[in-house]
Design a protein around this ligand. Structure first.
Ligand code: FAD
Length: 431
């Protein structure tokens, strides 16, 4: 392998896999170290096991706007490797993708494991040395030449005491959400020790707990298009429409995940309630007219047996309970005030925010390595130019919709390309 740059990638999640594959494709000798017995454990649970692999948004400005503060830094990264490029890479390794609602892109197989398989094929094509069940304990750094404040990483120290030397290192150890998948935040401490700024990780896209018990009765029910309006001390603050999922602890689904951080911040200022409207495309008058038509069609039936034509069937008894209307009421005998109560309840199912689920249940955690400390042409730390940081380790807020993984693909690609381009001679060596 003499004459080829040597690259050591730490962390075999999506960001590490693509970085390793790309560096190898560009001619480097690459070793990929992963503490789990298999690569991409978190990748397998993405998108409910289907893996929302990217988003089909084609306008780069719109794409960049999905990543919160500091997002400008990502323009060049997405220019070099876009969502379309990622779909092309997967296709190259035998996996086609399809676009669904809100531009979400999934593998045609509807299986996250197919994405992992395609990336594994990419690694094999580049003869990447994949070493699993290997935990990295620390990075070994040497001070640069006199006069320079920077450092050079010379090796990764493994938990068993061995070391892996390389010219270039790519850190892809992920964030802190779902630690059981291996994302234990190890890389943050190493990078902080090197002088980089690391914002303590907070849950970002995370389901929420509510005070009321009624969502439990709807556990597993998803509504494709629900409007959530958020109130502080009774005053409306903001709203968002999207897919909602009822769970045993409260609410989840993309619209909740996307609102979770704002709701949590708002709750610092007082009690927060959320009004759920499962029929956002119809105003109260339209819903009332539809209910009247349903009642007129079946005058002898009991109300409890027909409200399921207005809202999802499982929601009918919850609606009547919250509206305090007897489900045994014959349709022809429903008083106008009771009918209005049903309509008002449907248009505004209220829950009280009780808190976020812990960081460990978050879909992604916010926080991480400050973009200010990163050179985005190479993804390396400015003060440690042979160490790149990619994927969930970076401090970018991102929305649900395939954006987290696209951040991994693009930053990993850029880091892999740059690492391979750096000329050097030594091979990765285990000592
Ligand atoms: C339930 C859930 C669903 C999600 N769904 C989606 C989705 O559909 N679309 C989307 O875009 N995003 C989704 N995400 C987010 C996405 O999974 C992450 O953004 C992505 O996995 C981050 O990739 P990464 O490579 O940066 O880190 P990770 O996937 O966290 O991988 C880091 C790897 O590093 C390894 N590692 C850590 N420390 C060490 C060490 N000391 N030594 C050796 N190895 C180490 C870990 O074992 C792990 O394999 C979801 C997340 C969750 C939790």
């Amino acid at each position: 392998m003499s004459g080829r740059p040597t690259v050591c990638v730490i962390g075999g999640g999506p960001a590490g896999m693509i970085a390793a594959g790309r560096a190898a494709e560009m001619g480097a000798a690459v070793v990929l170290l992963e503490q789990n017995r298999a690569l991409g454990r978190k990748l397998l649970i993405t998108g409910g096991g289907r893996c929302n692999v990217t988003n089909a948004v084609s306008d780069r400005h719109v794409l960049v706007s999905r990543y919160g503060a500091h997002a400008e830094a990502l323009h060049s990264v997405f220019a070099r490797f876009s969502p379309l490029d990622m779909r092309g890479l997967l296709r190259r390794f035998g996996l086609d993708t399809v676009e669904e609602a809100e531009g979400r892109v999934f593998p045609v197989t509807q299986k996250a494991s197919s994405v992992r398989d395609a990336l594994a094929a990419y690694l094999r094509a580049g003869a990447v040395e994949v070493r699993t069940a290997v935990r990295v304990r620390a990075l070994i750094a040497a001070a640069d030449d006199a006069g320079s404040s920077g450092k050079t990483i010379t090796a990764a120290q493994l938990a068993d005491g061995n070391i892996v030397e390389a010219d270039r290192f790519i850190l892809a150890t992920g964030g802190v959400s779902r630690p059981e998948t291996g994302s234990t935040g190890d890389g943050f401490a190493w990078v902080r020790d090197l002088g980089a700024t690391v914002r303590y990780p907070q849950p970002s896209l995370v389901p929420i707990r509510v005070v009321e018990a009624w969502p439990l009765a709807l556990q597993g029910l998803s509504i494709g298009n629900a409007r959530l309006s958020v109130f502080l001390d009774g005053a409306r603050q903001f709203a968002m429409t999207g897919k909602l999922l009822f769970t045993h602890f409260g609410l989840s689904g993309p619209v909740v995940l996307n609102l979770s951080q704002r709701i949590n911040e708002l709750a610092q200022g007082g009690p927060v309630t959320i009004a759920i409207d499962p029929l956002p495309d119809e105003d109260g008058g339209a819903v009332d007219r539809r209910l009247q038509a349903i009642l007129a069609e079946s005058p002898k039936k009991q109300l409890g047996n027909v409200v399921g034509r207005l809202v999802p069937a499982r929601m009918a008894s919850v609606v009547l309970d919250l509206a305090a209307v007897d489900p045994a009421t014959p349709c022809s005998e429903l008083a106008r005030t009771a009918r209005r109560a049903v309509v008002d309840t449907v248009k505004s199912l209220r829950v009280t925010f009780d808190g976020l689920l812990g960081t460990d249940r978050a879909v992604v955690s916010s926080g991480g390595v400050s973009p200010r400390d990163v050179d985005f042409t190479t993804m390396t730390l400015k003060a440690t130019p042979n160490l790149a940081v990619v994927g969930d380790m970076l401090d970018f807020d991102r929305q649900s919709g395939g954006y987290s993984l696209q951040l991994c693909w693009s930053t990993g690609w850029v880091a892999g390309s740059a690492a391979a381009a750096s000329a050097a001679t030594a091979s990765p060596a285990v000592g």
